[in-house]
Design a protein around this ligand. Structure first.
Ligand code: ADP
Length: 285
């Protein structure tokens, strides 16, 4: 069984009036069954309101299923006695780093999680050092988080989660508020954590370029998973993605338009190099 498994997961937000009567129900996740392999880099795509955040919040037990189940590293999130264990196994990073950072000194901020978990002091400082090195922020350990750029703050937030030694990190649009440099920094750190430490990464993103190097991709629409596969498989379906109001990487779009214009190149081109190779095949054969 994978590190994160959902079985027929359904979640409804229920709106009530002042007297507690139900005013409306939104089914935000609708019968989702997924099985994520430990050590994978997983991307979740979908336009606004498709249920990505709601799904993500179930993986670290911030929300509990209305129906169905979520199993994180063998623990059912409905087993509330084990909630801390679930949160320690699957850490969550949100969009806005300013809402997540509370400490006044970087290393205190990173120490906060393991301190709360009751990790012995000596071990805490070792973890803080290792985590800050893993995100490339050790040189800033005595800095004030307020003075850092958005990308640096987000890396501190990630270090705070890494210090709790999670097997899995879920990131809900962590780069949405960052400039291109900050986005690249955060992405590099995530791939390093995945490759060097074997941490399972679940990345919710709007940026198609961030999906290209994922091991698997899930596409949400109206609370359901409507496509899943490798980036190559997903981006071979340009028309369907457009119908779901999603973009494709620029080079995939270019290749798709060239093919539509009659040039015989394959589907699912993800990099400039691949496109150049394909065009060379067509014209210099
Ligand atoms: P996404 O992350 O893909 O933008 P969300 O999971 O945030 O999607 O939202 C899925 C659906 O649930 C949307 O229709 C949204 O309006 C609704 N929703 C999200 N959060 C709440 C909430 N706290 N209360 C009521 N409805 C919500």
């Amino acid at each position: 069984m994978g590190i994160v498994k959902t079985k027929n997961l359904t979640f409804e937000y229920i709106r009530r009036d002042d007297e507690g009567n139900v005013e409306g129900v939104t089914k935000a996740v609708d019968d989702v069954s997924i099985d994520l392999k430990e050590g994978d880099f997983v991307a979740i795509l979908g336009h606004n309101g498709s249920g990505k955040s709601t799904l993500a919040k179930h993986i670290n037990a911030l929300l509990l299923p209305t129906e169905g189940s979520v199993i994180v590293d063998g623990i059912d999130t409905l087993d509330t006695d084990q909630m801390l264990k679930v949160r320690q196994t699957a850490g969550m990073v949100f969009q806005n780093p300013d809402n997540q950072i509370i400490g006044t000194v970087v290393e205190e901020e990173v120490a906060f999680g393991p301190e709360n978990m009751g990790v012995p002091t000596k071990e805490i400082w070792k973890r803080v050092e290792d985590s800050l090195k893993a995100v490339g922020m050790f040189a800033y350990r005595t800095a004030s988080p307020n003075k850092l750029s958005g990308g640096q703050k987000q890396r501190i937030a990630i270090a705070g989660i890494v210090a709790m030694k999670p097997k899995c990190i879920i990131l809900d649009e962590p780069t949405a508020m960052l400039d291109p440099k900050g986005r690249a920094e955060v992405l590099r750190v995530l791939h390093e954590l995945n490759e060097k430490e074997g941490v399972t990464i679940i990345l919710i993103t709007h940026y198609m370029e961030e999906v290209i190097e994922a091991d698997s991709v899930f596409v949400c629409d109206k609370g359901r998973i409507v496509m899943q596969g490798s980036p190559k498989e997903i981006f071979s379906h340009v028309e369907e993605l457009k119908e779901l109001r999603l973009d494709v990487p620029q080079v995939t779009e270019l290749a798709y338009e060239l093919k539509k214009a009659g040039i015989p190149i394959k589907d699912g081109i993800l990099t400039n190099e691949e496109l150049v190779r394909e065009l060379k095949n067509v014209y210099y054969r």
